[in-house]
Design a protein around this ligand. Structure first.
Ligand SMILES: [Zn+2]
Length: 262
C-alpha cells in the first residue's frame, strides 16, 4: 500500500464494524471522488453484536459485512482482532494497532471522539492517538510476525463526532468543522446497509428501519448546526508533534462549514 503525493492515503480507525459508516462515510465518498486512497481498520469484528448468534459466528458475519461495505466504498478493510468491550489502550493492543496502521502508512487518520458513549470508542481513540505517534518511530517494534514496515511520518489526526455528537453525560461536543455530505447521504445509507446483521436486529426490535434512519437523523442534526441538509463533524488533534496543517479541511474545502453563529 505505497503512497505518494498524488494519491494521499486516509485511514479510518474505529472500534467496531459500522462505526466508520455511521460517523464519516459521507466524507469518505467525497475523498474517494477526489482520488484519495482509503483504508478502514476496526479494532474488533463485532463479536458481541448479537443476542442470538454465537460470538465466533457473528464476528465472522460482521467481518464479511465490513469487508463488503469497504468494497462498496472502494477502500481496503482490515481488523486488529481485538474483542468487543475489551478494547483497552494497553501495550499488547498498541503493538497490534501500530502494526495494522503501518500497513497503510496513512497521511491522515480519522478515529473516534476521545469522549463517547462507550469505552471501546474512547479507548480506540487513545490507542489510535498513541499509534499515530509511534507509527514512524523506527525503534518502536510491534513484535508482530512479520512486522509491518515503519511509517514515513506522523499522520495528521482527526476525531469524528461522538455517536449522536454527545459525551457520556449527554452533552453536545461541537466539532471544529463540518463536512457537507448532502450529496453523499444516499451512498452513506447504502454503505451502512451492508451491515445487515445490525440493521435486521434493530428492525426486528423497533419495527422500523431504525439503523439507517437514526444515522440520517443525526446527520440532519449536524447539518442543521452549520446550515446544510446533512453533515459530519470533525475535530483535529493539534497537540505537539502532530501535523497542524489543515489537510482534510483543504482537501474538502468546498464542503467545509463552521457552526452557524460561531
Ligand atoms: Zn462502535
Amino acid at each position: 500500500m505505497a503512497q505518494n503525493l498524488q494519491t494521499p492515503c486516509l485511514l479510518v480507525a474505529m472500534a467496531h464494524p459500522d462505526d466508520a459508516e455511521l460517523l464519516v462515510a459521507g466524507t469518505l465518498f467525497h475523498l474517494k471522488e477526489a482520488g484519495w486512497q482509503l483504508g478502514i481498520l476496526t479494532m474488533t469484528a463485532g463479536d458481541c453484536g448479537s443476542t442470538s448468534i454465537p460470538r465466533e459466528e457473528i464476528a465472522r458475519i460482521r467481518y464479511g459485512e465490513a469487508q463488503a461495505a469497504a468494497k462498496f466504498l472502494g477502500a481496503t478493510y482490515i481488523c486488529a482482532g481485538l474483542m468487543d468491550v475489551e478494547v483497552f489502550a494497553n501495550t499488547k493492543n498498541l503493538r497490534r494497532v501500530v502494526d495494522c496502521m503501518r500497513q497503510f502508512d496513512p497521511d491522515v487518520v480519522i478515529t473516534q471522539s476521545p469522549v463517547d458513549y462507550m469505552l471501546d470508542h474512547e479507548e480506540t481513540s487513545r490507542l489510535v492517538r498513541g499509534a499515530c505517534f509511534a507509527l514512524a518511530m523506527p525503534n518502536y517494534e510491534t513484535r508482530q510476525n512479520p512486522p509491518a514496515k515503519t511509517g514515513r511520518a506522523t499522520p495528521a489526526l482527526y476525531y469524528a463526532d461522538a455517536i449522536e455528537g454527545k459525551n457520556p453525560l449527554g452533552e453536545r461536543v461541537y466539532p471544529h468543522f463540518y463536512v457537507d455530505i448532502t450529496q453523499k447521504l444516499a451512498k452513506k445509507r447504502d454503505m451502512l446497509a451492508h451491515h445487515a446483521s445490525q440493521r435486521e436486529w434493530l428492525r426486528a426490535h423497533h419495527g422500523m428501519d431504525e439503523y439507517l434512519d437514526r444515522m440520517t437523523t443525526w446527520a440532519a442534526g449536524f447539518g442543521g448546526e452549520c446550515g446544510v441538509a446533512y453533515a459530519e463533524g470533525f475535530r483535529q488533534h493539534l497537540g505537539h508533534g502532530y501535523p497542524h496543517e489543515p489537510i482534510l479541511q483543504n482537501a474538502l474545502a468546498q464542503y467545509v462549514h463552521v457552526r452557524d453563529g460561531s
